[in-house]
Design a protein around this ligand. Structure first.
Ligand SMILES: Nc1nc2c(c(=O)[nH]1)N[C@H]1C(S)=C(S)[C@@H](COP(=O)(O)OP(=O)(O)OC[C@H]3O[C@@H](n4cnc5c(=O)[nH]c(N)nc54)[C@H](O)[C@@H]3O)O[C@H]1N2
Ligand SMILES: Nc1nc2c(c(=O)[nH]1)N[C@H]1C(S)=C(S)[C@@H](COP(=O)(O)OP(=O)(O)OC[C@H]3O[C@@H](n4cnc5c(=O)[nH]c(N)nc54)[C@H](O)[C@@H]3O)O[C@H]1N2
Ligand code: SF4
Ligand SMILES: [Mo]
Length: 876
């Protein structure tokens, strides 16, 4: 079917918490045309590189199309009966707390609501936790401590109206790119100043006025320093302070804190304090550099304290702003999907709240105590307390700290169910039952973004194979467990109405989350629902919170929490001397099950790496492009070394995205210690300690191939290219016959081979063709191999002239690594244009090459490249 002429359908991007609106139109053959929705209040038509490439990720390769039990396909009845039966028998024998759900901030609100209702209302346990524990838990806990509720006070418009935006532990340019574009627009029009607080230099620093490269974990000391100055310089808002309690004690402990823990020089601290205190319209955005810490909740409160004390909250252009990571991290908080929450921002510990929810659900009991938080949940799986586990829409064998132990615990659990869209994940590979879920664009529901805007996701593609919606699978299991009436839903609209009705009860208890004006929404109105910011009640729609000084604690006041900074849980030792920081890359999403399907997105950074400071590299004897083995008591990883002053001495940075599906040994969470914040239970994903050594390989290689490559050497990492795959390889053992090895690796016994083999020098080049077309090429050397990878990546399937050299023929331009993924513009092309055409600005480069003119996600990197190239020219 050709989709041309079909109307576009409004939906929401399934990736980050910016929650951009998209317009979708099936393009025939299962494809999808995607563009930004000009009317959506989050993005006004903009999309980042990941959103723009969504059409490349909806194909059916790798999809799980039928339920499986023990790796064998089966029908739904058999699979669902087995799941219901095993959960029921575990509960009967060992009690409700012997089972658990581990779910995700990427579930739609309707899916999430049903999961939470089934566990907390009908199974009668609070053992439902979510990957939001690894993501937003410290922000939730900080909000609740300060405000008495988990409320994000501000809105995206505040970014347009601020004069100063402080990014704390947030690489906004890569992780919330459309918000970052919005911020840069404000900078252009009103001169908004930007400060980045991050131990490493990131793409977000390209446009910053000040980068505070503080010591890992020392954010509370920094914001305690700010609070001290706010108090000392008379910047406390005296009128507003009447709404606060605990200010004096907090200022006292802030003043006693040790600012030198930040490691920042006096002049930088002073510049930051001056700027913050003298700029009333200030937004402090914070993300995982704050949350993912054993002091995460204290860090959050240290930030909130400053905004509260200065009365800079809930007003246009100012406020603290916790940006959510996943598309429905906020929705998960609304339905109470965390083990220590109830539903609709009601409290598990509150007997009246429990009674109201129990009555509303028609449930026998609602647990009165928190269930197991993620890290404890997987420990309970490991030690046998959990007999049946259901993992939905998340990949904990990769993303949990101590990931090898988590993977082994899942494998050893008596009964594990995984609902996913693919069987090819590290978690699905160790599960007993796999349930095929419909994916984004195949299902209906709502998500809530960082600024409380509820948007619809809509179906434009048919469910493939036997795949079913997550809410539907959960409701089926609920019914088969004997809870027929409670889970008798016809469609997501019905679930949404029930959730909205319950939120009205929460509203009567005085809770912030109240969307009761949507409780009677008709199916048609739900189908047409426009982006709407909550609360949505008879008296109020959207808006900001707290400008009026009224908070959700019983006395109506906010709490200023006295905090004292503490270093990360593990300190470097002679055995593990380096601090390992982890985080995200611009063009990949988490464990890559979707983004790695796009050749365009895979071209940006195709191999897992570790960033090392030049002095550390020198002391370790590591050169650029060497392989490095990282180890600690939990696990190990082998990564490519990038030597850069972007990281500080003693600190490494590695991306989180690679799995056992995409690399031999690069699951970074295998190295992350399971230390958690005592209040939020959030793990410290950003400050583990490791040792490092050069990985001694006998040979190094690079390969391209038309067909998927299955590798078994000591090191490999693979990525998609337009007509196939590329791979980096290395091995410890000598290989005698590279032609035979190439035929084996590429499963091409009958291809014609052209070879150049230098046995003495340890070098080999093998090109395999079928007919004239290149099926694979392999380049081997004793040292990390220098070939023109980005050119070679274009060759699979083509009739290439002479790929044996591994170099670009003189007649073909070599674009270098892709920087702009929308227009496939490489680094070399941009540098050449800067040098030969005298381009002076990001705009000039856009006009000349198109680079950076679509989604704009690469603009910070273009700016960086421009300044580096100009500096180099100046030095010449
Ligand atoms: N491209 C892309 N975008 C994404 C995602 C993705 O996978 N890919 N995931 C989404 C999700 S779920 C999330 S949660 C967000 C995360 O968005 P971010 O939090 O912006 O992303 P991270 O790269 O995890 O971490 C941010 C920064 O914290 C810094 N950091 C480490 N330790 C400290 C510290 O002690 N103090 C301070 N101040 N900073 C520190 C790191 O150096 C890093 O640059 O991104 C969302 N957006
Ligand atoms: N070291 C370190 N570890 C981290 C982090 C870090 O910064 N550092 N960040 C943490 C954070 S903030 C997060 S949010 C997590 C993310 O970690 P995960 O949640 O584990 O990562 P994803 O790859 O998003 O996993 C989503 C899974 O759901 C599947 N899926 C996709 N669509 C659907 C659907 O519609 N239905 C169902 N049922 N399944 C679907 C995907 O195929 C995939 O397997 O990682 C955490 N881990
Ligand atoms: S910023 Fe990018 S990933 Fe995030 S919602 Fe928008 S288009 Fe999607
Ligand atoms: Mo996240």
């Amino acid at each position: 079917m050709d989709g041309a002429g079909l109307p576009e359908t409004k939906s929401t991007c399934p990736y980050c918490g910016v929650g951009c609106g998209v317009l979708l139109r099936p393009s025939g053959e299962g494809g999808l045309d995607v563009r930004g929705d000009p009317d959506h209040p989050a993005n006004f038509g903009r999309l980042c590189s990941k959103g723009s490439a969504l059409g490349q990720t909806v194909g059916l390769e790798h999809r799980l199309l039928a339920p499986q039990i023990g790796g064998v396909e089966t029908d739904w009845d058999t699979a669902l009966d087995l799941v219901a039966e095993r959960f029921k028998s575990a509960i009967a024998q060992h009690g409700p707390d012997s089972v658990a759900f581990y779910v995700s901030g990427q579930l739609l609100t309707e899916d999430y609501y049903v999961a939470n209702k089934l566990m907390k209302g009908f199974i009668g346990s609070a053992n439902i936790d979510t990957n939001s524990r690894l993501c937003m838990a410290s922000s939730v806990a900080g909000h609740k401590r300060a405000f008495g509720s988990d409320t994000v006070p501000g809105t995206y418009e505040d970014l347009d109206q601020a004069d100063l935006v402080v990014l704390v532990g947030s690489n906004l340019a890569w992780c919330h790119p459309v918000l970052h574009q919005r911020l840069l627009q404000a900078r252009k029009t009103r001169g908004t100043k930007i400060v980045v607080v991050d131990p490493r230099r990131t793409a977000s620093c390209a446009d910053a006025d000040l980068h505070l490269a503080l010591q890992p974990g020392s954010d509370a000391a920094l914001f305690n320093g700010l609070l001290t100055q706010i108090a000392a310089r008379g910047a406390v808002d005296a009128d507003y302070a009447a709404n606060l309690s605990g200010l004096e004690a907090a200022v006292a402990s802030a003043t006693a804190d040790d600012l030198t823990a930040t490691g920042l020089p006096h002049h930088e601290l002073r510049a930051f304090f001056d700027l913050w205190i003298n700029t009333p319209k200030v937004v402090t955005i914070y993300s995982q550099g704050v949350n993912q810490s054993t002091t995460g909740t204290d860090k959050v409160n240290a930030i909130l304290n400053c905004h509260l004390a200065a009365g800079r909250i809930g007003k246009p252009g100012c406020g603290p702003f916790s940006v959510t990571g996943q598309p429905n991290a906020m929705g998960g908080r609304e339905v109470g999907g965390l083990a220590n929450m109830l539903a609709c921002h009601l409290d598990l510990e509150n007997a009246d709240h429990r009674a109201a929810v129990r009555q509303f659900w028609g449930a026998d009991t609602v647990p009165s105590a928190a269930g197991l938080k993620a890290v404890d949940m997987f420990s309970a799986v490991a030690n046998g307390r959990i007999k049946a586990l259901w993992i939905i829409h998340t990949n904990p064998a990769v993303s949990m700290p101590d990931a090898d132990a988590v993977r082994d615990a899942i494998a050893a659990c008596p009964f594990t169910v995984v609902s996913d869209i693919t069987a090819q994940t590290d978690t699905a590979r160790v599960a007993d039952v796999l349930l095929p879920a419909t994916a984004w664009a195949e299902k209906e529901g709502t998500v809530t973004n960082s600024d409380r805007t509820i948007s619809r996701q809509r179906r434009v593609l048919p469910a493939p194979g036997l795949a079913r919606d997550d809410w539907d699978i959960l409701a089926e299991v609920g019914r088969r467990m004997g809870f027929d009436d409670a889970f008798d839903y016809a469609n997501p609209a019905e679930i949404f109405r029930e959730h909205a009705t319950l939120s009205g009860i929460a509203g009567q208890f005085g809770r912030d989350y109240d969307i009761s004006a949507l409780a009677d929404i008709s199916d048609a109105a739900y189908a047409a629902l426009q982006p709407t910011r909550w609360p949505v009640t008879k008296n109020r729609i959207g808006g900001r919170f707290f400008a009026d000084g009224r908070f959700f604690h019983a006395d109506g006041k906010a709490r200023i929490i006295a905090v004292t900074s503490r270093p990360p849980a593990t300190s470097p030792t002679p055995d593990s001397p380096f601090v390992l920081n982890t985080g995200r890359l611009r063009d990949q999403w988490h464990t890559m099950t979707r983004t790695a399907l796009s050749p365009r997105l895979s071209g940006h950074l195709p191999e897992p790496f570790v960033d090392i400071h030049p002095k550390d590299a020198a002391s370790l004897g590591i050169s650029s492009s060497d392989l490095v083995s990282l180890r600690n008591a939990h696990g190990r990883a082998i990564l490519r070394a990038r030597i850069t002053k972007d990281v500080q001495q003693g600190q490494f940075f590695a991306p989180i995205h690679w799995t056992a599906e995409t690399a031999r040994c690069a699951r970074i969470d295998a190295l992350v210690a399971p230390a958690t914040d005592p209040i939020s239970g959030q793990p410290e994903s950003k400050a583990s300690t490791v040792s490092a050594t050069r990985f001694q390989a006998a040979w190094y290689g690079f390969a391209v191939s038309k067909a998927e490559i299955t590798l078994d050497c000591d090191y490999w990492a693979k990525a998609r290219v337009p007509q196939g795959f590329r791979a980096e390889l290395a091995g410890r053992n000598r290989v005698d016959d590279w032609e035979a090895e190439a035929r084996r690796i590429f499963a091409a016994p009958n291809a014609t081979a052209a070879c150049v083999i230098d046995a003495a020098g340890g070098a080999a080049r093998v090109v395999l063709r079928e007919g004239d077309a290149l099926v694979a090429a392999l380049y081997i050397a004793r040292q990390p191999i220098a070939v023109m990878r980005d050119y070679l990546a274009t060759l699979p399937g083509t009739v290439a002239a002479d790929p044996l050299s591994g170099r670009v023929p003189a007649s073909v331009p070599n674009p270098g690594p892709t920087l702009c993924s929308c227009f496939a513009v490489g680094v070399n092309t941009i540098v050449t244009a800067i040098e030969t055409e005298g381009l002076l600005s990001v705009e000039d480069i856009g006009a000349a090459l198109g680079a950076g003119t679509n989604c704009g996600s690469c603009r910070p990197e273009i700016a960086d490249l421009l300044s580096r190239t100009r500096l180099k020219e100046a030095a010449e």
